[in-house]
Design a protein. Structure first.
Ligand code: ZN
Length: 220
């Protein structure tokens, strides 16, 4: 079960604390008139299965897309194609690339958590699991979308900038890295799509295994 917060447990002093020029902003104190109204449970079995299947399909889609981009940027790759791709990638290399990608992916989320909260987010890594989180914070919808898309945007952009300048061997590694990063962001895509389907004036909190949306109980 997810550990959902109890919105009524605390009575924060001022609802104005999150309003700057009448606009919502990130806060650690949920405004008094805000209540939980929607939650996306990321442990839902159907969602997890769907997410994994889609993630595997996305490996092929992004792999094809990024390899195509690399081939456009360095036309000689067209001649060598997939042969290089597989010849230059050993299992240790692939594993190392995956570890690096996971690290950079979470650091990208962390960077945007920090940008919007100015507080150091929680970051954790081990062999099976990596995360970046700011569990005490409520973010606006726009901020939450940017936090979610940060790894795909930043790492893909950096990769595309680097692609024309690197060797063929590095190109194959870079394409693999970009593919793993983008396909591995399937959970982020689902969260972002769900968040975009919510009303604009909400606050969102990442609960780890769920994302919760809060909105004002009444119009002011
Ligand atoms: Zn992510």
């Amino acid at each position: 079960m997810t550990d959902l917060p109890e919105p009524l447990q605390a009575t924060p002093p001022e609802s104005e604390s999150v309003l700057e020029n009448g606009r919502l902003q990130a806060t650690k104190i949920l405004p008094a008139n805000f209540t939980l109204f929607h939650s996306l449970d990321l442990t839902n079995r159907k969602l997890v299965i769907g997410m994994n299947v889609t993630g595997i399909l996305l490996l092929f889609v992004f792999g094809w897309l990024f390899w195509g981009m690399a081939a456009l940027l360095t036309p000689q790759l067209f001649l060598l194609q997939l042969q290089i791709f597989f010849n230059t990638l050993s299992i240790p290399t692939v594993l190392l690339i995956i570890v690096l990608v996971v690290l950079l992916h979470e650091l990208s989320h962390a960077l945007f958590f920090w940008l919007f909260s100015r507080e150091r987010p929680k970051i954790g890594f081990n062999l099976l699991y990596a995360y970046a989180a700011a569990p005490d914070w409520y973010f606006t919808r726009r901020q939450f979308v940017l936090i979610g898309l940060a790894p795909v945007l930043l790492i893909t952009l950096a990769g595309f900038i680097a692609l024309p300048w690197v060797s063929v061997v590095t190109t194959a590694r870079l394409v693999l890295a970009l593919t793993v990063n983008a396909a591995g962001a399937i959970g982020d895509f689902i969260v972002v799509l769900w968040v975009l389907g919510q009303p604009a004036n909400i606050l969102l909190r990442d609960e780890g295994t769920a994302v919760s949306a809060y909105k004002a109980a009444r119009k002011q």
